[in-house]
Design a protein around this ligand. Structure first.
Ligand code: HGY
Ligand code: MN
Ligand code: MN
Length: 405
């Protein structure tokens, strides 16, 4: 399968959306069923047996040449952020299917399992990595009890999709899985700035995600004098500009307020309550934790000055993750064997690989992001870079085959 067909498949999947004016596909939403239908077809055409596990992950198994539990896992996620591009996540699944397809029925001394994770972005339930957590045995009761905007819990969503939460233990990684590889777009400007097609990921930045709520007093916008107001949005706005200033002054820190929910939300009412998201990333966990604590302390201090209250809830606190050194070296060898320059680099974005790394060796190969843009409809890839990733992936399989034969 050539790069053009892989890109076409990504664009075919990109129309399977919950919204009419862009791409949004969340955990076990209706478009996910259509996506499973297409991916199963493509997986089965490549010689895989397919199944959907209790967490909604679609899994394709390409058997090995002999009776062995040894298995290589290759995958990525198929859910998206709102108004997403066509490649974040799905490209990794389609590259995995193409690598199996390229074997043309030839069996390796290990089986290959391709996995399309049901939820990595965490958009529906505010908690990311639900799919890969199921493989790691970490989709716990607290997560299963989280509710979406309609009050539906994760567990109820699983049942509504026709799956059985009681079968979650069967979704766990099988005993013989020896490694996880994820192909993914870089989602940033580095490879493009260096003029490189591929990047071998050495580590993944740690990730904190919280919601910060400012509570003041809704009141009439025309009759309430400025000095008598307890304006939740005015306080939040002061804090948000401080988040931006603090992050710009802290090397390698990324801090983002990406979502604001303003209540009651009318032009002639002083905002009584504002719920702000806070996303903090850094390669060093101590810096990330300290920065998060400073920003929350600032929220409380600014709120007090504005006569409002501030409180917060943590949703994600994931440690920075080192990719497996042996796999990083093997990916480097494969990229070189495929005839491309080897560039090692950290990942600022979070990925399912950081969850799989709790249980098995995990590593990633990045493809250049033209324009350095992602989580945006303009996200794209070069066909030549998809060809490069296919060649490197085939070289990796050959290397693993030789070492295990
Ligand atoms: O947010 C992230 O880093 C990833 O896109 N889920
Ligand atoms: Mn993403
Ligand atoms: Mn992604």
């Amino acid at each position: 399968m050539r790069a053009g067909e892989i890109i076409d498949r990504c664009r075919t999947l990109a129309v399977l959306s919950e919204i009419p004016d862009g791409l949004l596909r969340t955990f076990l939403s209706p478009p996910m069923r259509q996506l499973h239908g297409l991916l199963r077809e493509w997986m089965e055409a490549a010689g895989m047996r397919t199944a959907i596990d209790a967490a909604g992950n679609l899994r394709g198994l390409y058997p090995s040449s002999a009776e062995t539990p040894r298995r290589l896992l290759i995958g990525s996620h198929v859910d998206t952020v709102p108004y997403a591009g066509a490649f974040d996540g799905v490209l990794g699944v389609l590259l995995a299917i193409a690598l199996v397809d390229a074997l043309g029925g030839r069996r390796l001394p290990f089986s290959i399992e391709v996995v399309a994770f049901s939820d990595e972005e965490g958009i529906r339930f505010g908690a990311p990595f639900l799919g890969s957590r199921a493989l790691a045995g970490a989709l716990d009761a607290a997560l299963l009890g989280r509710r979406d905007a309609d009050g539906i819990s994760v567990e109820e969503a699983i049942r509504a999709f026709g799956l059985d939460p009681a079968a979650l233990p069967e979704a766990r990684l099988s005993r013989g899985v020896f490694a996880y590889i994820e192909f993914h777009i870089e989602q940033g400007p580095v490879l493009e700035s260096l003029g490189l097609p591929l990047g071998v990921v050495t580590s993944i930045a740690g990730l904190s995600r919280l919601s910060v709520t400012f509570r003041g007093q809704a009141n009439h916008a025309g009759t309430t004098p400025m000095h008598l107001r307890r304006d939740a949005l005015a306080a939040a706005a002061r804090w948000i500009s401080l988040v931006d200033r603090y992050a710009r002054a802290t090397p390698r820190l990324a801090a983002t307020v990406g979502a604001l929910d303003v209540r009651p939300g009318a032009a002639n009412i002083i905002p009584g309550e504002v719920r702000a998201s806070l996303d903090v990333r850094h390669p060093d966990d101590a810096v990330r934790q300290r920065s998060t604590a400073v920003l929350l302390d600032d929220a409380r201090r600014i709120a007090a000055r504005c006569g409002v209250a501030a409180e917060w809830q943590s949703h994600v606190d994931l440690a920075a993750t080192a990719c497996d050194p042996w796999l990083v070296a093997a990916l480097g060898r494969a990229v070189s064997a495929a005839g491309y320059p080897v560039h090692r680099m950290p990942s600022g974005a979070g990925h399912d690989a950081m969850i799989l790394a709790w249980r098995i060796p995990a590593a990633m190969l990045f493809l250049r992001s033209p324009g350095g843009i992602s989580h945006h409809p303009d996200e794209t890839v070069h066909a030549a870079d998809v060809e490069a990733a296919l060649a490197a992936g085939a070289a990796l399989l050959a290397d693993l085959e030789q070492r295990q034969a």
